[in-house]
Design a protein around this ligand. Structure first.
Ligand code: NAD
Length: 367
């Protein structure tokens, strides 16, 4: 089943909750509401066959609540496959807090959110996502132990973004190896869309490896700052999707590969950090395949962060975290080959490998 991105305005046309395509068998969805702090949050627990559902909390100024619900369902479902494919003993979950992280995030709101997480008794473990910082998780930690991604000073693994960026970098190298015959990115033109926590570190790896990097972000100031810091070009054209590059790295928000953009893409490879890059997994995955564009599945190559976060729960060393993240390279090559051998999209290949581990565990085959 695919998780289409439905237009918020169309959501009421299907069965409001269980009928949504993105609902896709979620075990539990929790709506959290607190008048005093203004907290409105939704926690999605997609699947707990492999272990407790772990996934970050996103705080975003959604246009409406349907959009927030759709986002959390898509994201938590994605976490089931990400955690499975990465070999972690974790299920998939995610949370969204509706609001502007810059102006509406208060310690009281985060405390209340932590109490809601705690009320689930460990079925859901939270961490950071867009709009969240390690210091927010430190606040959550004060009221629940079911949180990861807390600061190093508080005994946690710290900001997961650099590890995510490293995983994206090795995933991109694997894609280059498969597509161009070499994983050397020197001289390759890479467009990084979104140069936040992950995008910046990716730009650093890329420039260090000799790639010709172009950056773009809705935050103008940041574009100039990062451009100058790493000697990256600044995208100035009208349509970034038709930019003449070898690799397009979506590192902002999801669904940038959609009906409006997909036919313009000139890059040979898409490899980035953003979750749910394909607006419609089946349709857009197939078009990319037909157009000969190698898509490195987002939930595979952006798994470095969750691997880092997981290390807090199982006491992995930094070396173990980096080794597991490095393994994204091999898994990516395996997926590209599996996709070609079976004439399916790379997304389908990654999805079926992830689903197989969940099914095998459910059926007692993974001892
Ligand atoms: P971030 O908020 O630090 O950075 C996102 C950047 O994208 C910001 O600079 C923002 O201005 C920019 N942006 C937003 N909309 C844009 C647009 N339309 N065009 C261009 N730029 C735009 O977030 P992050 O932590 O760097 O995460 C980036 C993406 O990677 C997100 O989709 C996130 O879910 C995903 N991801 C992050 C991690 C992690 O460890 N941080 C792990 C897995 C996946």
């Amino acid at each position: 089943m695919t998780a289409d991105l439905l237009k918020a305005s169309e959501l009421h046309k299907v069965d409001p909750v269980f009928g949504q395509v993105s609902f896709d068998g979620h075990e539990q969805v929790v709506f959290c509401n607190d008048k005093d702090t203004g907290l409105k949050a939704i926690i999605g627990i997609h699947n707990t066959v492999l272990g407790p559902a772990l996934g970050g909390t996103r705080m975003w100024n959604y246009t409406n609540e349907w959009e927030a619900l759709n986002d959390v369902l898509r994201l938590s479902r994605g976490m089931s496959f990400k955690n499975s494919l990465s070999g972690l003993n974790l299920g998939g979950g995610k949370a969204v807090i509706i609001g502007d992280a810059k102006t509406q995030k208060t310690p009281e709101l985060m405390t209340k959110f932590g109490q809601f997480v705690d009320s689930l008794s460990g079925k859901y473990i939270t961490a950071e996502d867009v709009g969240m910082e390690t210091k927010d998780m430190d606040i959550v930690r004060e009221v629940t132990k079911h949180v990861a991604g807390i600061s190093v000073e508080k005994g946690g693994s710290g900001n997961p973004s650099p590890v995510t960026a490293y995983g994206v970098f090795v995933g991109m190298k694997a894609a280059a190896k498969y597509k161009f015959g070499s994983d050397n990115l020197e001289g390759k033109k890479v467009l990084v869309q979104g140069i936040g926590h992950v995008g910046e570190v990716l730009v650093q790896h890329l420039t260090e490896s000799g790639a010709i990097v172009t950056v773009t972000d809705i935050n103008e100031e940041r574009v100039h700052q990062i451009g100058a810091k790493y000697g990256a070009k600044i995208f100035t054209g009208a349509d970034l999707y038709s930019a003449d590059v070898d690799v397009y790295a979506p590192c902002a928000l999801g669904a940038t590969i959609n009906d409006n953009t997909i036919h313009n893409i000139k890059a040979s490879i898409i490899a980035g950090a953003a979750n749910n890059q394909l607006a419609n997994e089946a349709v857009h995955g197939k078009i990319l395949k037909e157009r000969g564009i190698l898509y490195a599945p987002d939930f595979l190559i952006n798994a470095g962060g969750v691997i880092n976060v997981y290390s807090e729960l199982v006491n992995w060393s930094r070396e173990q975290v980096m080794q597991k993240t490095e393994n994204i390279y091999n898994t990516a090559l395996e997926i590209f080959k599996f996709a070609d051998d079976n004439n399916i999209t790379t997304h389908q290949a990654a999805f079926s490998m992830a689903q197989k581990r969940i099914d095998d565990t459910k059926n007692g085959l993974n001892k």
